[in-house]
Design a protein around this ligand. Structure first.
Ligand SMILES: O=C(O)CCC(=O)C(=O)O
Length: 287
């Protein structure tokens, strides 16, 4: 092991770097009103396994509002194997309902992302997903796989699947492959699905995973739908999957909190990415 600015000769991280990391964690947690020890323990699990389950993060009031306001839009089955021929999805969610905003800017999620991505990270996708009875397992994937750069590498994003119904093995709980965030490039056909772990969790919980972690929606063998939402985030220099500057009108963005506005793209990675007329685009929402 070669000594560097960050690493000691024995491979351990230098004390001053650890102290700086702790200070950054403490200030981010203070900003979001969450316990740094809790976030630290979640990060340890994420770094080890590539994912962590966050139990009971949103109230049933929030769940119920998402359920009610999504229902009118959950009318069409998917068009591809990936979307799921028996799965219904809502895209451009914020244009249709603001009910999901509390999960987009959830404080625990913000505190985790502050440690994983660069400042001014972005929302890349927000979907409501209803896996209908009889749906088969989704193709395996990792969410930053569409950025064409070889692995192993740092993740370019992170995502959550929020359980709005209780997630069970039988109704198609998200399947996650522990440790797969550390893999190099692997053809999905070579992955042993029997080693994947179902994210079994009660309604109001979420599974958080890195963009490099292999996962998929499971098979729904029950006679009831499995309702979920996904919030996905990317580095501020990466292209968002949903083109929010076209998908979400400015009038609609004005109804969101400043945190959500920034996540949609009314923000910059300083000094040179995302500007409008040479200035921070948040000004477009300020009268
Ligand atoms: O619905 C799920 O459990 C996972 C969905 C997913 O990973 C996706 O659509 O990208």
């Amino acid at each position: 092991m070669v000594e560097s600015q960050y690493i000691n000769e024995d491979g351990s991280v230098k004390a001053e770097i650890l102290a700086m990391q702790q200070a950054l964690l403490a200030s981010s947690c203070a900003r979001h009103g969450v316990d740094p020890a809790f976030i630290h323990s979640l990060l340890e699990q994420v770094n080890r396994d590539g994912y962590v389950i966050l139990p009971d993060q949103i109230s049933q009031d929030v769940v119920q509002r998402i359920r009610e306001e999504s229902a009118p839009f959950l009318t069409h089955d998917g068009r591809t194997e990936f979307e799921g021929h028996k799965t219904r999805r809502i895209y451009s969610v914020i244009e249709k309902t603001l009910a999901c905003n509390p999960i987009v800017e959830h404080p625990v999620v913000m505190a985790l992302l502050d440690q994983i991505l660069m400042p001014n990270y972005l929302l890349s996708q927000l979907q409501v997903i209803n896996v209908m009875p009889g749906e088969i397992r989704q193709p395996l994937h990792h969410d930053d796989g569409f950025y064409p750069l070889p692995r192993p590498r740092k993740p370019f994003g992170a995502a959550l699947i929020w359980a709005l119904d209780d997630f069970t093995y039988e109704n198609g709980a998200t399947l996650v492959y522990p440790g797969s965030h550390l893999w190099g490039d692997v053809p999905p056909g070579e992955i042993d699905v029997s080693k994947m772990v179902p994210a079994v969790m009660p309604s109001g919980s979420a599974v958080f995973f890195l963009g490099t972690t292999w996962h998929c929606a499971g098979t729904n063998i029950t006679d009831k739908p499995r309702l979920a939402a996904t919030t996905q985030y990317c580095e501020p220099w990466a292209r968002q999957q949903e083109n929010y500057s076209l998908a979400i009108s400015r009038e609609r963005a004005k109804l969101c909190s400043q945190t959500v506005q920034k996540l949609l793209g009314y923000s910059m990675q300083f000094p040179f990415i995302g500007f409008v007329n040479g200035r921070d685009p948040i000004r477009l929402l300020q009268d």
